[in-house]
Design a binder for this molecule. Sequence first.
Ligand SMILES: [Zn+2]
Length: 300
Amino acid sequence: MQASMNIARLLRGSSSRARPIRRSYLPTSAWKCLEASSCFKIQRMNFCGDSPKRTPPTIPCEGAVTQDMEVEALLERNKSWAAKIKDINPDFFNVIAQSQSPSYLWIGCSDSRVPAEQVLGLAPGTLFVHRNIANSVNNQDVSCHSVLHYAIEVLKVKHILICGHYNCGGVKAAMQNTHYGFIDHWLRNIRDVYRLHKDELDAISDMDARERRLVELNVIEQCCNVYKTGVFQRTRLQTFRDPTIKTPLPRIHPFVFDPSTGHVNKLKVDWEKIIPSLRDVYNLYEDTNEDAHFPHNAAK
Ligand SMILES: [Zn+2]
């Protein structure tokens, strides 16, 4: 700890003018650690004289003031928004400051046109939200599964809303045989959905219609991915066995947002056909009552 503080002090300099770092200042282990850091290499070039001095790169600041004003305007809008809510409900922020108890988990696309609370007309505190490119529930995504776990086990949400949207950039990109760089790893999730439904999709000759169908199929597959998780299945069984709860929870709802109308539509999905095909492989708990398995069963 002391060594790291010494390193920090040396790098920063004890006065406004930084001092060169000398080998004798530090124990061997700390020196080796410092020697490996890029920060040290820059200092060494500047101070030790064994490399030509370098002028630090200048960060362009043209337009920075204008850009800052744009951000300042956002903060003003925020104050105005908070004031309007307070006018309507003076106690609103006192209440939401205490805790949250949302009934819904929203898993949606990061697309700026699909802000979850706004398209559903909901106030802060009603929706727990996870968003990523093309609303994927990927098995390797720690963030998504942490959200899912917390929403189901701690917040005890009743409904999981998985919402895709037409004209989705992620889905469009996944339909191209193009290398996009790092994001290809993520787009693979959607390409896998295409592969699973290739016959149906390839039979659609109109490319816009094919893309829209892939958006829908992607939502349905992400619903299945939620179904596959232990936390979802376990909670469904627990609530099924609880006589005080009428319907097993949580329920999964496949949604698609249409940016051309602003409407969120619920997809018609034959779960009674899909879920049995998943059970043999993905069920993690035994249960004799099949009703508990359906992610969106009617209250029977
Ligand atoms: Zn999207």
